[in-house]
Design a protein around this ligand. Structure first.
Ligand SMILES: C[S@@+](CC[C@H](N)C(=O)[O-])C[C@H]1O[C@@H](n2cnc3c(N)ncnc32)[C@H](O)[C@@H]1O
Length: 253
């Protein structure tokens, strides 16, 4: 390689590093600061609905002592879990957005009775092997945004106690929202960073025998209102295997 080419290669590497380190995070910082996504009422209701769906699948949130929320954002889901009767002693929230973590800290500050820890963490990179161990790990809307989702699953596996539960909410591919996302992407108008919607086939391969699937459910939408939601609801009525989100309850083997 000539000196010139080596120089260009190094510059590319530096640009890539700076982009990964700062730009990826700033997308989500922006979303949590000013995007319609972060509207408080909407986030709260959506968190309640997600938990209700898991309850309908047999999950009892009253039983867990330690919870890890991976990609926990501004802490809405954890806050809802804490509102109901529980035996929780510790909650750890991991997110790549400092803005989200700051909001989560403010939201959970009044819970002096439990240990709340907040980690600024790119979940594409490994957590230390001897990190905290949890009874329950939540991955709501995070795996689809990770280019190295296998890495995150390894971290989840390492951080989950044996027999512990993992709950995943993942955008599903057989949905009109998938088509919309693809079109927006092509037009350069997709604002929510990297996204990969899941299929059942992909999921089975992805879990790779590490977790036992306790139950799974495809849901047309979580309290959406627009035309795409209506189309997903109709399509889900006709064909079970379509819908916007996949809810999965897993147990560490
Ligand atoms: C769709 S939101 C889900 C938030 C929350 N789990 C919920 O259900 O309300 C995705 C979250 O993942 C975080 N995130 C995106 N990419 C990340 C990364 N590489 N590492 C850590 N967190 C990331 C974002 O900051 C955001 O808070």
């Amino acid at each position: 390689m000539s000196i010139n080419k080596k120089g260009n290669f190094l510059i590319d590497l530096v640009i890539l590093y700076v982009y990964k380190k700062f730009c990826m995070y700033s997308i989500w910082d922006n979303i949590w600061e000013k995007d319609v996504y972060s509207k408080e009422d909407d986030r709260t209701i959506r968190s309640q609905v997600k938990l209700d769906i898991f309850k309908s699948m047999g999950v009892d949130f009253g039983n867990y002592q330690s919870i890890g929320d991976f990609g926990g954002g501004a802490g809405y889901v954890v806050e809802e879990i804490l509102k109901a009767p529980n035996v929780i002693k510790e909650v750890c929230l991991y997110d790549g957005s400092q803005t989200a973590l700051q909001l989560a800290k403010e939201k959970l500050d009044y819970r002096k009775d439990i240990v709340c820890k907040f980690y600024h963490q790119d979940l594409n990179t490994p957590l230390p092997a001897d990190h905290n161990k949890f009874d329950l790990i939540l991955c709501f809307g995070i795996l689809e945004h990770l280019e190295k989702m296998d890495q995150c699953l390894d971290s989840v596996y390492n951080c989950l106690k044996s027999g512990g539960d993992l709950l995943i909410v993942w955008s599903y591919r057989n949905s009109f929202f998938y088509i919309q996302r693809k079109i927006l992407h092509l037009l350069g108008k997709w604002n929510y960073s990297y996204q990969k919607e899941v299929t059942k086939k992909f999921l089975d391969r992805f879990l790779d025998g590490k977790f036992k699937i306790v139950s799974q459910k495809i849901v047309p939408d979580i309290c959406g209102k627009g035309i795409l939601t209506s189309m997903d609801i109709i399509s889900h009525k006709l064909i079970d295997a379509t819908g916007r989100y996949m809810f999965i309850h897993l147990k560490k083997i």
